[in-house]
Design a protein around this ligand. Structure first.
Ligand SMILES: [Zn+2]
Length: 305
């Protein structure tokens, strides 16, 4: 009897070990590969539903060959590509079992209201949202999605959505946003929206964009809980008497009290390799236009992916 118990105990621990090892291995798979291994057997299907595997749903790791769709903007805009994306989301989110807290869309995916709302209904615990570069989102679509996300804290905003649309939804559902990354130009209007609707903002990335000086000063003066601001590779500018003027980090420091801010992250434009590369080495890569690598990376760790 004692021997049987011991065997059974060993059997149980071997089973646990097998489960844990496979979860570790599956963590290295992208969402398409994970969906495939979930169909291998009943036990692998069970393991592929582990909450650890779905906390972050990272569609940016999909291989360009997975859907035979090229990695260029707008390539996913046809009905066939849209249906492929819906099928993937449907299956992946059924495995996730509402455990996803962060979703990173693929940069090249063409995101529609239908996709966003579908995702939102199956990710009620979402905390971080990284939008793709292209798509067509309406005010109704964004508001419907936001209604499902009551714990949303962090957003990477791209040109896929108008700022006023997203801030209108934030205001409507009292979202307590603490982190934002803008991959589109930051104007006076965006500064005003931030001050009004994200008073608890702690981290803001305005990386490689054109930043209006008055908008930047407004948020630095008004957002009391702001801890980190990233303005690496960006151009600070303003229009004075009808003329466009550019400004340095010293000009910003001279105009605002930065003592409450823990970190203002900036690059030395004349020494920064990235700024130099854009200007001199690769003339086809236009400055202040967003590319996939710029969207991925960030000096504020929690805003990179
Ligand atoms: Zn730079």
């Amino acid at each position: 009897m004692k021997k049987r118990n011991s065997c059974s105990a060993n059997g149980l621990s071997i089973q646990h070990l097998y489960y844990d090892i496979l979860v570790r291995i599956f963590m290295n798979l992208n969402v398409v590969e994970l969906s495939i291994v979930s169909m291998v057997s009943k036990s692998w299907n069970h393991i592929s539903r582990d909450p650890l595997l779905w906390a972050k749903l990272d569609l940016s790791r999909i291989s360009p060959n997975a859907f035979n769709i090229p990695s260029v903007p707008e390539a996913w805009s046809d009905t066939n590509s849209s249906n492929k994306l819906t099928t993937l989301l449907k299956y992946a989110l059924s495995l996730s079992n509402y455990n996803t807290t962060c979703i990173v869309f693929n940069y090249f995916i063409y995101l529609t209201d239908a996709h966003l709302v579908f995702v939102a209904e199956r990710t009620p615990n979402l905390k971080r949202l990284v939008l793709p570069f292209s798509g067509k989102l309406s005010s109704v679509g964004v508001k419907t999605a936001m209604k499902s996300w009551r714990d949303l804290q962090s957003i990477t905003i791209t040109s896929v959505v108008k700022s006023r649309t997203i801030f209108s939804a934030i205001r409507m559902y009292y979202q307590d946003i603490i982190e934002l990354k803008f991959t589109c130009n930051f104007e006076i209007r965006q500064g005003e929206l931030l001050v009004k609707y994200t008073p608890n903002l702690r981290a803001l990335s305005l990386r490689n964009v054109m930043v209006n000086l008055r908008a930047l000063l407004n948020i630095l003066n008004s957002l009391e809980k702001l801890e980190e601001v990233n303005i690496c590779h960006s151009l600070i500018w303003d229009r004075v008497n009808g003329k466009v003027e550019t400004y340095t980090i010293h000009d910003v420091r001279n105009r605002v009290n930065l003592s409450l801010l823990q970190k203002l992250i900036f690059c030395q434009r004349n020494r920064c390799l990235m700024c130099k590369n854009v200007n001199n080495i690769n003339p086809r890569r236009q400055p202040y236009v967003h590319f996939e690598d710029l969207w991925h990376q960030d000096e504020i760790r929690s805003l990179g992916h």
